[in-house]
Design a protein around this ligand. Structure first.
Ligand code: NAD
Length: 360
């Protein structure tokens, strides 16, 4: 059985790094990699060749692989080149793009969407959303620090005392918690908002203050995800966010509700009253953003406040992001492949959730 690795065109990552080949070979898999696949993430063709894997053309990967892996989904023209019954593994976000499954159903392939793997303890080692969100949360704080014209820790110097930077985190999920930990390590004073009842303890355990808005909708039964809040709740929250934002220097916004537009938490009025020089990194930018002025994949300045809209900061850490993505894929393949044979057993909850389109 041949596993093919495609070169990414929109990302700087590669889906499988050479260090993973030992485990793949142990599963009885032959490997094929597209020329230049790892170039942008410092895994050049020679690094793959060192493991005995020669690089081949894109069409060879598409035509000959039994299992094919990418990060960004390929388009119909290339999907039609895949072998009948091939397993294609990527990230389709069907909760965000509802038409994607109908489109895939016209191809005689089996499609695994890694972003549909359940957020359970058993599936944690395959959870690409968590791996990438964690890196994004870390990088968001570094990015903010880079744009901020002050330092994070309190400093007592002969020339005077510098107060610590105040960081506010909106959404204490995977990215938000990593952002809290990073900002704390840099010496900031951190506070965080979330609507999920479980998040208070996690925020406090990282040494940050949890800011509660009373009356959040019950999220039990949502598989760990947040649920949509009422307009009344969000209005109350926006008012409290504004109160805190005026005292903050940096805001890392990560609040999202799966399959919906991100909640608007920082209004134009809030920005107009914030301290010039403050920095907002909006990781929810791709789903509309938590800030009224956010523009996806752009950095803008309003009232002297720097607003960075970027939901994919993991791509800036393409070496480690490739390695973690790769590890997640290998951990998934370990439940699918036995002695060189792949079997998508739908009695397995993880496989059942991730298999979004079947060949028959
Ligand atoms: P996400 O990216 O979908 O959302 C980010 C955060 O925004 C969430 O914590 C959410 O509660 C919060 N949010 C939504 N609306 C908000 C609002 N109005 N104000 C403030 N915050 C708001 O979330 P995620 O990081 O992907 O994590 C989703 C859940 O899955 C979390 O509960 C996380 O702990 C859980 N999880 C579990 C596992 C596991 O058990 N294996 C692994 C990963 C994540």
């Amino acid at each position: 059985m041949v596993l093919g690795i495609l070169k990414e065109h929109t990302y700087n990552r590669v889906s499988i790094v050479p260090a993973a080949f030992k485990k793949l070979k142990a599963l009885g898999v032959e490997i094929m990699v597209e020329t230049g696949a790892g170039e942008k993430s410092s895994f050049n063709d020679a690094t793959y060749a060192d493991t005995g894997i020669e690089s081949v053309s894109r069409d060879t990967v598409l035509n000959k692989s039994d299992i094919i892996v990418s990060i960004a989904p390929i388009q119909n023209e290339e999907l039609s080149k895949l072998k009948n019954g091939a397993i294609y593994i990527s990230m389709f976000a069907p909760y965000q793009y509802p038409d994607v499954v109908n489109n895939l159903d016209q191809f005689p392939i089996n499609v695994i969407s890694m972003d549909m793997i359940p957020r359970t303890t058993l599936a944690q080692s395959m959870d690409i959303l968590s791996s990438m969100a964690s890196l994004s949360g870390y990088k968001a704080v570094l990015k903010a620090a880079d744009h901020y014209n002050n330092m994070f820790p309190m400093m007592m110097t002969a020339a005077g005392t510098i107060p610590p930077t105040k960081v506010m985190i909106l959404g204490a999920g995977v990215a938000g918690l990593q952002a809290i930990a990073t900002a704390k390590r840099l010496g900031a004073v951190v506070e965080a908002f979330d609507t999920r009842s479980a998040s208070r303890e996690e925020v406090n355990s990282l040494g940050a203050t949890f800011v509660e808005v009373e009356g959040a909708a019950d999220d039990r039964g949502a598989g760990g995800y947040a649920v949509q809040q009422s307009d009344e709740y969000l209005a109350k929250q926006r008012a409290l966010v504004q109160e805190r934002a005026l005292k903050s220097n940096i805001i890392i916004a990560t609040a999202q509700v799966r399959g919906r537009k991100a909640p608007l938490l920082i209004t134009e009025d809030t920005i107009n009253h914030m301290k010039p020089g403050s920095v907002i990194v909006d990781l929810a930018a791709s789903t509309g953003g938590n800030c009224a002025y956010t523009e996806n994949n752009k950095t803008i300045v309003k009232n002297g406040v720097i607003i960075i809209g970027n939901s994919d900061l993991a791509d800036d850490l393409n070496g480690v992001a490739s390695t973690l993505y790769s590890n997640n894929i290998i951990n998934f393949l370990q439940i699918v492949i036995k002695d060189g044979v792949a079997f998508l057993n739908e009695e397995n909850e993880i496989i059942k959730s991730a298999l979004i389109s079947k060949s028959n």
